[in-house]
Design a binder for this molecule. Structure first.
Ligand code: SF4
Ligand code: SF4
Length: 102
């Protein structure tokens, strides 16, 4: 009798479960740079909405955009999502960035 095929654990997961097993190895060099002057005049702060990893948050207290680049999922959306082209994005160096934890 044939043995049942070993199921791929990752393939059976939903997207939210997959995101939970991601591991981040932050690059020593910041891979997302923002022209913060543009953010001061930006009304809608689109980056705080389109980034799936909530890398960008607006601090009312500091009147400044905060960038948690270590959480970036490398989807690339911020290269075209900012209406002021204020975000400079490049992929993390080899061996750094996001990867699967299992
Ligand atoms: S969308 Fe662009 S300009 Fe606006 S807050 Fe975000 S990074 Fe700054
Ligand atoms: S590449 Fe994607 S996950 Fe990373 S900061 Fe830009 S929008 Fe967010």
């Amino acid at each position: 009798m044939a043995r049942p095929k070993k199921e791929n654990k990752v393939e059976l997961m939903g997207i939210h479960e997959k995101l939970l097993i991601n591991k981040f190895r932050p690059d020593t060099e910041i891979h997302i740079k923002v022209n913060l002057d543009a953010c001061l005049v930006c009304k809608n702060k689109e980056c705080t909405k389109f980034c799936p990893s909530r890398v960008f948050t607006w601090s009312e207290a500091d009147d400044q955009l905060l960038v948690t680049y270590e959480n970036c999922l490398e989807c690339g959306a911020c290269k075209s999502g900012c209406p002021y082209e204020a975000i400079e994005y490049k992929h993390p160096s080899g061996g750094y960035g996001v990867g699967q934890g299992i």
